[in-house]
Ligand binder design. Structure first.
Ligand code: PEP
Length: 253
């Protein structure tokens, strides 16, 4: 399976800064010649302007989409709109949306269904809080999130799981490579029970949470870690390129 490195810009960068990033990033990415799939999720208003500037390897994603189809939903944008703006993927269930914007399990499930139907690659985010980890068995929290979000899903060809422990997002505190591998292996086991082992073996599971050039090699080298979902370090061209280089090197070794 090819590694994936996906950048989540969150609410950062103005349009001119986004263009400056892509002007520097795209030619440098083209020179790398690796196999890692690369995605960037910019602020949604920039998608239609940025998606024509693709390279062989860079694909674009939205940071979320509506739980509804088209209609009277002021301010919402549907998965089909994301697709028609030229994006190939969408992040769903990011902890900042679940916690900060009241995104319920039902909404996450509806978004997954709309996005898969629209032909988008779904980056389904899951993760436990520090309290949930310290209470023991954080796997149970993750399994419950997956169970709910993937209810009714049978075709996983566009599914990517992003394990993002909430205590590691934007905190500078990374999960150790053992903690990441343990959870990724458990997630793989859950996927195997749900979809069968051969299918589970082909579903990418990304790690997210303060992943940066200094810790990426160890994380990406774990057998069940297939790359990363990157917040802060995706805002800087050199850091993000370095993460792609590391993912390329790990899969070539
Ligand atoms: C994220 O929000 O998806 C994320 C991984 O953020 P950071 O890398 O900044 O911790």
């Amino acid at each position: 399976m090819r590694n994936i490195v996906a950048g989540n810009w969150k609410s950062n960068k103005l349009m001119n800064e986004a263009r400056e990033f892509t002007d520097a990033f795209l030619p440098a990415l083209d020179e790398l010649n690796g196999t890692t799939e690369v995605y960037i999720a910019p602020p949604a208003p920039y998608l239609a302007a940025l998606t024509p500037s693709a390279s062989g390897r860079l694909q674009w994603a939205s940071q979320q989409c509506s739980a509804h189809g088209a209609g009277a939903y002021t301010g919402e944008f549907t998965a089909e709109m994301v697709r028609s703006a030229g994006a190939q993927g969408v992040l769903i269930g990011h902890s900042e949306r679940r916690e900060g914007f009241g995104e319920s399990e039902e909404a996450v499930r509806a978004k997954v269904q709309h996005a898969l139907k629209a032909g988008l690659r779904v980056f389904l985010c899951c993760g436990e809080s520090l309290e949930q980890r310290e209470a023991g068995q954080p796997e149970r929290v993750i399994f419950a999130q997956l169970e709910s979000a993937l209810d009714g899903v049978s075709d996983t060809s566009d599914l990517v799981i992003a394990y993002e422990p909430i205590w590691a997002i934007g905190t500078g505190r990374t999960a150790s490579s053992e903690q990441a591998q343990d959870m990724h292996q458990s997630i793989r086991g859950w996927l195997a029970e749900r979809f069968g082992a051969p299918v589970a073996a082909g579903i990418p599971i990304l790690y997210g949470g303060s992943c940066k050039p200094s810790n990426a090699e160890e994380l990406f080298s774990q057998p069940d870690v297939n790359g990363g979902l990157i917040g802060g370090a995706s805002l800087n061209v050199e850091d993000f390129l370095e993460l792609v280089r590391i993912a390329d090197a790990v899969s070539a070794s």
